[in-house]
Write a protein that binds this ligand. Structure first.
Ligand code: G6P
Length: 438
Protein backbone atom coordinates (compact mmCIF):
# COMPACT_ATOMS: atom_id res chain seq x y z
CA UNK A 1 0.00 0.00 0.00
CA UNK A 2 1.23 3.43 -0.96
CA UNK A 3 1.56 6.96 0.41
CA UNK A 4 -0.03 9.78 -1.55
CA UNK A 5 0.34 13.55 -1.18
CA UNK A 6 -2.20 15.95 -2.65
CA UNK A 7 -0.50 19.28 -3.31
CA UNK A 8 -3.12 21.99 -3.39
CA UNK A 9 -5.18 20.31 -0.66
CA UNK A 10 -7.46 23.36 -0.48
CA UNK A 11 -8.56 23.07 -4.11
CA UNK A 12 -12.28 22.69 -4.75
CA UNK A 13 -11.41 19.54 -6.71
CA UNK A 14 -9.87 17.79 -3.69
CA UNK A 15 -13.07 16.48 -2.14
CA UNK A 16 -14.01 14.90 -5.47
CA UNK A 17 -10.54 13.38 -5.58
CA UNK A 18 -11.10 11.85 -2.14
CA UNK A 19 -14.37 10.32 -3.34
CA UNK A 20 -12.51 8.91 -6.33
CA UNK A 21 -9.74 7.52 -4.09
CA UNK A 22 -12.42 5.78 -2.03
CA UNK A 23 -14.04 4.30 -5.12
CA UNK A 24 -10.66 3.26 -6.55
CA UNK A 25 -9.12 1.87 -3.37
CA UNK A 26 -8.81 -1.62 -4.79
CA UNK A 27 -6.88 -0.32 -7.80
CA UNK A 28 -4.68 2.04 -5.82
CA UNK A 29 -4.58 0.87 -2.18
CA UNK A 30 -3.22 3.54 0.12
CA UNK A 31 -1.66 3.55 3.55
CA UNK A 32 -1.36 7.29 3.97
CA UNK A 33 -2.89 10.43 2.42
CA UNK A 34 -1.41 13.86 3.16
CA UNK A 35 -2.70 17.23 1.99
CA UNK A 36 -0.24 20.06 1.44
CA UNK A 37 -1.18 23.68 0.72
CA UNK A 38 0.34 27.11 1.35
CA UNK A 39 -3.06 28.42 2.44
CA UNK A 40 -3.85 26.79 5.80
CA UNK A 41 -7.39 28.19 6.13
CA UNK A 42 -8.49 27.20 2.66
CA UNK A 43 -7.06 23.71 3.13
CA UNK A 44 -8.53 23.15 6.59
CA UNK A 45 -12.19 23.16 5.58
CA UNK A 46 -11.61 20.61 2.80
CA UNK A 47 -9.35 18.51 5.04
CA UNK A 48 -11.80 18.39 7.95
CA UNK A 49 -14.54 17.15 5.63
CA UNK A 50 -12.14 14.69 3.95
CA UNK A 51 -11.26 13.30 7.37
CA UNK A 52 -14.89 12.37 8.04
CA UNK A 53 -15.27 10.83 4.58
CA UNK A 54 -12.11 8.78 4.91
CA UNK A 55 -12.91 7.59 8.41
CA UNK A 56 -16.24 6.18 7.24
CA UNK A 57 -15.29 4.89 3.80
CA UNK A 58 -11.57 4.10 3.97
CA UNK A 59 -10.97 2.28 7.27
CA UNK A 60 -7.89 0.56 5.78
CA UNK A 61 -6.13 3.92 5.58
CA UNK A 62 -3.61 4.19 8.42
CA UNK A 63 -3.04 7.92 8.32
CA UNK A 64 -4.64 11.09 7.01
CA UNK A 65 -3.14 14.49 7.76
CA UNK A 66 -2.87 17.98 6.35
CA UNK A 67 -0.01 20.40 6.63
CA UNK A 68 1.65 23.54 5.31
CA UNK A 69 5.08 22.19 6.17
CA UNK A 70 7.06 20.87 3.23
CA UNK A 71 9.24 18.43 5.17
CA UNK A 72 6.21 16.82 6.83
CA UNK A 73 4.35 16.59 3.53
CA UNK A 74 7.08 15.36 1.22
CA UNK A 75 8.99 12.85 3.38
CA UNK A 76 7.99 9.25 2.87
CA UNK A 77 5.73 9.39 -0.14
CA UNK A 78 5.25 7.35 -3.32
CA UNK A 79 3.26 9.78 -5.43
CA UNK A 80 2.08 13.38 -5.46
CA UNK A 81 -0.92 14.83 -7.27
CA UNK A 82 -0.09 18.45 -8.00
CA UNK A 83 -2.90 20.93 -8.65
CA UNK A 84 -1.77 24.37 -7.57
CA UNK A 85 -3.24 27.71 -8.66
CA UNK A 86 -0.81 30.58 -8.13
CA UNK A 87 -2.80 33.73 -7.40
CA UNK A 88 -6.00 31.76 -6.77
CA UNK A 89 -9.34 32.37 -8.44
CA UNK A 90 -8.93 36.13 -7.93
CA UNK A 91 -6.04 36.18 -10.40
CA UNK A 92 -7.92 33.78 -12.70
CA UNK A 93 -10.65 36.37 -12.89
CA UNK A 94 -8.19 39.07 -13.96
CA UNK A 95 -6.60 36.72 -16.52
CA UNK A 96 -10.04 36.34 -18.04
CA UNK A 97 -11.23 39.94 -17.70
CA UNK A 98 -8.28 41.77 -19.22
CA UNK A 99 -8.33 40.07 -22.64
CA UNK A 100 -12.13 40.48 -22.76
CA UNK A 101 -11.68 44.20 -22.19
CA UNK A 102 -9.51 44.21 -25.32
CA UNK A 103 -12.12 42.34 -27.33
CA UNK A 104 -10.44 38.92 -27.32
CA UNK A 105 -11.07 35.64 -25.53
CA UNK A 106 -10.42 35.59 -21.80
CA UNK A 107 -9.69 32.00 -20.90
CA UNK A 108 -7.81 30.31 -18.08
CA UNK A 109 -5.45 28.25 -20.26
CA UNK A 110 -5.82 29.58 -23.81
CA UNK A 111 -4.53 32.84 -25.23
CA UNK A 112 -3.48 35.81 -23.13
CA UNK A 113 -5.09 34.55 -19.90
CA UNK A 114 -3.24 31.27 -20.23
CA UNK A 115 0.03 33.09 -20.79
CA UNK A 116 -0.47 35.21 -17.67
CA UNK A 117 -1.32 32.16 -15.60
CA UNK A 118 1.61 30.24 -17.10
CA UNK A 119 4.14 32.88 -16.10
CA UNK A 120 2.77 32.77 -12.55
CA UNK A 121 2.70 28.96 -12.34
CA UNK A 122 6.22 28.29 -13.67
CA UNK A 123 8.00 29.86 -10.70
CA UNK A 124 5.94 28.06 -8.05
CA UNK A 125 6.03 24.74 -9.86
CA UNK A 126 9.81 24.81 -10.20
CA UNK A 127 10.15 25.61 -6.50
CA UNK A 128 7.68 22.90 -5.60
CA UNK A 129 9.46 20.19 -7.59
CA UNK A 130 12.79 21.20 -6.00
CA UNK A 131 11.11 20.93 -2.58
CA UNK A 132 9.60 17.53 -3.31
CA UNK A 133 12.92 16.24 -4.61
CA UNK A 134 14.70 17.44 -1.48
CA UNK A 135 12.70 14.95 0.58
CA UNK A 136 11.73 12.35 -1.96
CA UNK A 137 13.95 11.53 -4.93
CA UNK A 138 11.83 8.77 -6.41
CA UNK A 139 8.20 9.72 -5.86
CA UNK A 140 6.04 10.04 -8.95
CA UNK A 141 4.85 13.59 -9.50
CA UNK A 142 1.61 13.73 -11.47
CA UNK A 143 1.27 17.30 -12.49
CA UNK A 144 -1.97 18.74 -13.80
CA UNK A 145 -1.32 22.32 -12.79
CA UNK A 146 -2.48 24.70 -15.51
CA UNK A 147 -1.71 25.84 -18.11
CA UNK A 148 -0.32 22.32 -18.41
CA UNK A 149 1.38 22.91 -21.77
CA UNK A 150 3.48 25.84 -20.56
CA UNK A 151 4.13 24.42 -17.09
CA UNK A 152 5.12 21.07 -18.60
CA UNK A 153 7.58 22.67 -21.04
CA UNK A 154 9.17 24.70 -18.25
CA UNK A 155 9.52 21.60 -16.06
CA UNK A 156 11.22 19.73 -18.92
CA UNK A 157 13.67 22.60 -19.24
CA UNK A 158 14.35 22.89 -15.51
CA UNK A 159 14.47 19.14 -14.74
CA UNK A 160 15.63 17.46 -17.96
CA UNK A 161 16.88 14.36 -16.17
CA UNK A 162 13.89 13.84 -13.92
CA UNK A 163 11.96 10.93 -15.42
CA UNK A 164 9.39 10.78 -12.65
CA UNK A 165 7.38 13.87 -13.47
CA UNK A 166 4.29 13.11 -15.52
CA UNK A 167 2.32 15.97 -17.05
CA UNK A 168 -1.26 14.89 -17.55
CA UNK A 169 -4.63 16.50 -18.25
CA UNK A 170 -8.16 15.25 -17.76
CA UNK A 171 -9.70 16.78 -20.88
CA UNK A 172 -9.13 13.82 -23.25
CA UNK A 173 -10.78 11.41 -20.80
CA UNK A 174 -13.64 13.84 -20.08
CA UNK A 175 -14.34 13.95 -23.84
CA UNK A 176 -13.99 10.16 -24.12
CA UNK A 177 -16.55 9.79 -21.34
CA UNK A 178 -19.04 11.61 -23.57
CA UNK A 179 -18.13 9.37 -26.55
CA UNK A 180 -18.62 6.32 -24.36
CA UNK A 181 -22.04 7.52 -23.27
CA UNK A 182 -23.03 8.26 -26.88
CA UNK A 183 -22.12 4.67 -27.72
CA UNK A 184 -23.58 3.30 -24.49
CA UNK A 185 -20.22 1.76 -23.61
CA UNK A 186 -17.89 1.90 -20.63
CA UNK A 187 -15.27 4.64 -21.07
CA UNK A 188 -12.52 2.22 -19.99
CA UNK A 189 -13.40 0.04 -22.98
CA UNK A 190 -12.34 2.80 -25.40
CA UNK A 191 -8.81 2.97 -26.81
CA UNK A 192 -7.84 6.41 -28.16
CA UNK A 193 -5.53 7.43 -30.96
CA UNK A 194 -4.82 11.09 -30.27
CA UNK A 195 -2.27 13.74 -31.26
CA UNK A 196 -1.54 17.40 -30.55
CA UNK A 197 -0.51 19.62 -27.67
CA UNK A 198 -2.33 20.08 -24.37
CA UNK A 199 -5.77 21.63 -24.92
CA UNK A 200 -4.87 21.58 -28.61
CA UNK A 201 -5.36 18.09 -29.98
CA UNK A 202 -7.51 15.68 -31.97
CA UNK A 203 -8.64 12.06 -31.69
CA UNK A 204 -7.73 10.44 -35.00
CA UNK A 205 -9.44 7.21 -33.96
CA UNK A 206 -11.41 5.64 -31.16
CA UNK A 207 -11.27 1.85 -31.04
CA UNK A 208 -12.66 -0.67 -28.60
CA UNK A 209 -10.41 -3.17 -26.82
CA UNK A 210 -11.15 -5.78 -29.50
CA UNK A 211 -9.83 -3.38 -32.17
CA UNK A 212 -13.18 -2.36 -33.72
CA UNK A 213 -13.07 1.16 -35.09
CA UNK A 214 -15.81 3.28 -33.47
CA UNK A 215 -14.73 6.62 -34.94
CA UNK A 216 -17.34 6.96 -37.70
CA UNK A 217 -20.11 5.94 -35.34
CA UNK A 218 -19.06 8.68 -32.90
CA UNK A 219 -18.77 11.28 -35.69
CA UNK A 220 -22.24 10.41 -37.03
CA UNK A 221 -23.76 10.62 -33.58
CA UNK A 222 -22.21 14.03 -32.95
CA UNK A 223 -23.11 15.44 -36.37
CA UNK A 224 -26.68 14.14 -36.32
CA UNK A 225 -27.33 14.71 -32.66
CA UNK A 226 -25.91 16.67 -29.79
CA UNK A 227 -22.59 16.45 -27.98
CA UNK A 228 -22.80 17.04 -24.26
CA UNK A 229 -20.58 16.68 -21.21
CA UNK A 230 -21.64 13.62 -19.24
CA UNK A 231 -19.20 13.38 -16.35
CA UNK A 232 -20.99 14.27 -13.12
CA UNK A 233 -18.65 17.18 -12.35
CA UNK A 234 -19.57 19.12 -15.51
CA UNK A 235 -22.76 17.58 -16.91
CA UNK A 236 -25.09 20.23 -15.44
CA UNK A 237 -22.81 23.21 -15.89
CA UNK A 238 -24.20 25.57 -18.56
CA UNK A 239 -20.74 26.79 -19.57
CA UNK A 240 -19.47 23.23 -20.11
CA UNK A 241 -22.65 22.33 -22.01
CA UNK A 242 -22.01 25.22 -24.44
CA UNK A 243 -18.35 24.24 -24.72
CA UNK A 244 -19.11 20.62 -25.65
CA UNK A 245 -21.88 21.62 -28.08
CA UNK A 246 -19.37 23.55 -30.17
CA UNK A 247 -17.58 20.28 -30.99
CA UNK A 248 -20.32 19.59 -33.51
CA UNK A 249 -19.52 22.72 -35.50
CA UNK A 250 -15.80 21.92 -35.43
CA UNK A 251 -16.51 18.45 -36.77
CA UNK A 252 -18.79 19.77 -39.52
CA UNK A 253 -16.12 22.27 -40.60
CA UNK A 254 -13.11 19.94 -40.18
CA UNK A 255 -14.47 16.38 -40.41
CA UNK A 256 -11.14 14.56 -40.54
CA UNK A 257 -10.59 14.18 -36.79
CA UNK A 258 -12.54 14.51 -33.54
CA UNK A 259 -11.51 17.76 -31.86
CA UNK A 260 -10.59 18.52 -28.26
CA UNK A 261 -13.25 21.01 -27.17
CA UNK A 262 -10.56 23.61 -26.33
CA UNK A 263 -9.79 24.03 -30.04
CA UNK A 264 -12.87 26.21 -30.42
CA UNK A 265 -11.04 29.13 -28.81
CA UNK A 266 -8.49 29.00 -31.62
CA UNK A 267 -10.82 28.15 -34.51
CA UNK A 268 -13.68 30.59 -33.73
CA UNK A 269 -12.00 33.30 -31.63
CA UNK A 270 -14.17 36.16 -32.90
CA UNK A 271 -17.50 34.40 -32.27
CA UNK A 272 -16.51 33.39 -28.76
CA UNK A 273 -14.98 36.73 -27.81
CA UNK A 274 -18.24 38.47 -28.72
CA UNK A 275 -20.17 36.32 -26.26
CA UNK A 276 -17.93 37.09 -23.28
CA UNK A 277 -18.45 39.70 -20.61
CA UNK A 278 -15.98 40.88 -17.94
CA UNK A 279 -18.81 40.71 -15.37
CA UNK A 280 -19.47 37.05 -15.97
CA UNK A 281 -16.11 35.38 -16.28
CA UNK A 282 -15.66 31.64 -15.81
CA UNK A 283 -13.72 32.42 -12.62
CA UNK A 284 -16.76 34.30 -11.25
CA UNK A 285 -19.01 31.35 -12.16
CA UNK A 286 -16.63 28.98 -10.36
CA UNK A 287 -16.46 31.23 -7.26
CA UNK A 288 -20.24 31.52 -7.07
CA UNK A 289 -20.88 27.95 -8.18
CA UNK A 290 -18.46 25.10 -7.54
CA UNK A 291 -16.51 26.81 -4.77
CA UNK A 292 -19.64 27.72 -2.85
CA UNK A 293 -21.17 24.29 -3.38
CA UNK A 294 -18.05 22.45 -2.21
CA UNK A 295 -17.63 24.67 0.85
CA UNK A 296 -21.31 24.20 1.79
CA UNK A 297 -20.89 20.46 1.44
CA UNK A 298 -17.78 20.56 3.65
CA UNK A 299 -19.61 22.62 6.29
CA UNK A 300 -22.44 20.11 6.26
CA UNK A 301 -20.11 17.11 6.63
CA UNK A 302 -18.10 18.80 9.39
CA UNK A 303 -21.17 19.78 11.39
CA UNK A 304 -22.83 16.33 11.02
CA UNK A 305 -19.56 14.41 11.45
CA UNK A 306 -20.99 11.80 9.10
CA UNK A 307 -21.41 11.35 5.36
CA UNK A 308 -24.30 8.91 5.52
CA UNK A 309 -26.62 11.31 3.71
CA UNK A 310 -24.04 12.09 1.02
CA UNK A 311 -23.73 10.51 -2.37
CA UNK A 312 -20.14 9.34 -2.72
CA UNK A 313 -19.55 9.41 -6.43
CA UNK A 314 -16.20 9.48 -8.19
CA UNK A 315 -15.62 11.85 -11.10
CA UNK A 316 -13.68 10.90 -14.18
CA UNK A 317 -10.93 13.47 -13.52
CA UNK A 318 -10.08 11.85 -10.19
CA UNK A 319 -10.36 8.28 -11.42
CA UNK A 320 -8.11 9.06 -14.39
CA UNK A 321 -5.33 10.52 -12.25
CA UNK A 322 -5.58 7.64 -9.77
CA UNK A 323 -5.42 4.94 -12.44
CA UNK A 324 -2.54 6.73 -14.16
CA UNK A 325 -0.65 6.84 -10.85
CA UNK A 326 -1.41 3.17 -10.22
CA UNK A 327 -0.19 2.27 -13.69
CA UNK A 328 3.15 4.02 -12.97
CA UNK A 329 3.53 2.72 -9.44
CA UNK A 330 2.40 -0.86 -10.10
CA UNK A 331 3.68 -1.10 -13.69
CA UNK A 332 0.22 -1.82 -15.14
CA UNK A 333 1.29 -0.69 -18.64
CA UNK A 334 -2.17 0.74 -19.34
CA UNK A 335 -2.73 3.36 -22.03
CA UNK A 336 -3.34 7.00 -21.00
CA UNK A 337 -3.19 10.21 -23.00
CA UNK A 338 -0.30 12.18 -21.47
CA UNK A 339 2.22 14.91 -22.34
CA UNK A 340 5.72 13.83 -23.40
CA UNK A 341 8.59 15.38 -25.29
CA UNK A 342 7.97 14.71 -28.98
CA UNK A 343 11.35 13.31 -30.08
CA UNK A 344 9.93 11.89 -33.30
CA UNK A 345 6.60 10.57 -31.98
CA UNK A 346 4.83 12.94 -34.39
CA UNK A 347 7.47 12.74 -37.08
CA UNK A 348 6.86 16.09 -38.80
CA UNK A 349 6.81 18.21 -35.63
CA UNK A 350 9.79 19.62 -33.67
CA UNK A 351 11.47 17.23 -31.26
CA UNK A 352 11.19 19.64 -28.35
CA UNK A 353 7.40 20.08 -28.54
CA UNK A 354 5.52 18.75 -25.51
CA UNK A 355 3.01 16.61 -27.36
CA UNK A 356 -0.13 15.06 -25.93
CA UNK A 357 -0.39 11.47 -27.14
CA UNK A 358 -1.38 7.99 -25.90
CA UNK A 359 1.34 6.20 -23.95
CA UNK A 360 1.70 3.06 -21.89
CA UNK A 361 2.38 4.08 -18.31
CA UNK A 362 5.06 1.78 -16.89
CA UNK A 363 7.28 1.83 -13.82
CA UNK A 364 9.95 3.28 -16.14
CA UNK A 365 7.66 6.10 -17.18
CA UNK A 366 5.47 6.74 -20.24
CA UNK A 367 6.18 4.79 -23.43
CA UNK A 368 4.36 6.69 -26.15
CA UNK A 369 3.05 5.08 -29.32
CA UNK A 370 4.36 6.45 -32.59
CA UNK A 371 1.92 8.77 -34.39
CA UNK A 372 3.84 9.33 -37.65
CA UNK A 373 3.17 12.27 -39.98
CA UNK A 374 0.18 14.50 -39.49
CA UNK A 375 -1.56 16.45 -42.30
CA UNK A 376 -0.48 20.01 -43.15
CA UNK A 377 -3.43 21.89 -41.58
CA UNK A 378 -2.87 20.28 -38.17
CA UNK A 379 0.91 20.54 -38.45
CA UNK A 380 0.62 24.27 -39.18
CA UNK A 381 -1.73 24.92 -36.30
CA UNK A 382 0.36 22.91 -33.83
CA UNK A 383 3.68 24.44 -34.91
CA UNK A 384 2.39 27.93 -34.33
CA UNK A 385 0.90 27.01 -30.94
CA UNK A 386 4.14 25.26 -29.95
CA UNK A 387 6.10 28.39 -30.92
CA UNK A 388 3.79 30.43 -28.67
CA UNK A 389 4.31 28.03 -25.74
CA UNK A 390 8.07 27.95 -26.25
CA UNK A 391 8.32 31.74 -26.42
CA UNK A 392 6.45 32.08 -23.12
CA UNK A 393 8.87 29.71 -21.38
CA UNK A 394 11.88 31.44 -22.93
CA UNK A 395 10.49 34.82 -21.90
CA UNK A 396 10.25 33.56 -18.31
CA UNK A 397 13.91 32.54 -18.23
CA UNK A 398 15.18 35.56 -20.18
CA UNK A 399 12.90 38.21 -18.63
CA UNK A 400 11.94 39.12 -22.17
CA UNK A 401 9.12 41.55 -22.94
CA UNK A 402 9.79 41.04 -26.62
CA UNK A 403 9.26 37.31 -26.55
CA UNK A 404 5.95 37.73 -24.71
CA UNK A 405 4.82 40.19 -27.35
CA UNK A 406 5.85 37.72 -30.05
CA UNK A 407 4.02 34.91 -28.22
CA UNK A 408 0.76 36.84 -27.95
CA UNK A 409 0.99 38.02 -31.56
CA UNK A 410 1.40 34.42 -32.69
CA UNK A 411 -1.54 33.25 -30.62
CA UNK A 412 -4.61 32.63 -32.77
CA UNK A 413 -6.89 34.18 -30.15
CA UNK A 414 -5.15 37.55 -30.71
CA UNK A 415 -3.08 37.91 -33.97
CA UNK A 416 -3.21 41.74 -34.16
CA UNK A 417 0.15 43.01 -32.77
CA UNK A 418 -1.10 46.33 -31.28
CA UNK A 419 -3.82 44.41 -29.48
CA UNK A 420 -1.21 41.97 -28.16
CA UNK A 421 0.82 44.90 -26.85
CA UNK A 422 -2.15 46.51 -25.08
CA UNK A 423 -3.09 43.24 -23.38
CA UNK A 424 0.49 42.49 -22.42
CA UNK A 425 0.97 45.90 -20.81
CA UNK A 426 -2.20 45.46 -18.75
CA UNK A 427 -1.20 41.95 -17.70
CA UNK A 428 2.23 43.17 -16.61
CA UNK A 429 0.52 45.67 -14.30
CA UNK A 430 -1.79 43.12 -12.71
CA UNK A 431 0.88 40.43 -12.36
CA UNK A 432 3.70 42.51 -10.92
CA UNK A 433 3.74 40.47 -7.70
CA UNK A 434 4.04 37.20 -9.58
CA UNK A 435 5.84 37.53 -12.92
CA UNK A 436 9.58 37.78 -13.40
CA UNK A 437 10.63 41.38 -13.97
CA UNK A 438 10.64 42.13 -17.70
C1 G6P B 1 -10.89 20.93 -17.59
C2 G6P B 1 -9.51 21.16 -18.10
C3 G6P B 1 -8.67 21.78 -17.03
C4 G6P B 1 -9.32 23.05 -16.54
C5 G6P B 1 -10.73 22.81 -16.10
C6 G6P B 1 -11.40 24.12 -15.82
O1 G6P B 1 -10.88 19.98 -16.58
O2 G6P B 1 -8.89 19.99 -18.57
O3 G6P B 1 -7.41 22.07 -17.55
O4 G6P B 1 -8.61 23.60 -15.47
O5 G6P B 1 -11.42 22.13 -17.11
O6 G6P B 1 -12.69 23.92 -15.39
P1 G6P B 1 -13.55 25.05 -14.68
O7 G6P B 1 -14.83 24.35 -14.39
O8 G6P B 1 -12.76 25.47 -13.48
O9 G6P B 1 -13.69 26.15 -15.68
Amino acid sequence: RKNLVIVGGGSTYTLGMIMSLIEEKEHFPLKKITFYDINATRQEIIAKAAKVLLKEHYPELESFSYTTDKATAFSDMDAAFVQIRTGGLAMRELDEQIPIQHGVIGQETCGAGGMAYGLRSIKDMIELVHDIRQYSRDAWILNYTNPAAIVGLALKREFPEDKRILNICDMPIAIMKSYADLLEKDVWELVPEYFGLNHFGWFSKILDKQGHDLTDDIKNKIINGDFLPTDKEIAHDESWIQTFRKARQMLVDFPEFLPNTYLQYYLYPDDLAKKESPDNTRARQVINGREKRVHELCDHIISQQTTHDINIEADIHGVYMIRAAASLVFNWKETFVVMVENNGIISNLPDDALVEVPALLTSHGPKAFSVGEIPTFYKGLIESQHAYEKLVVEAYYENSYNKLLQALTLNRTIVHAPKAKGILDDLIDTNKDYWPEL
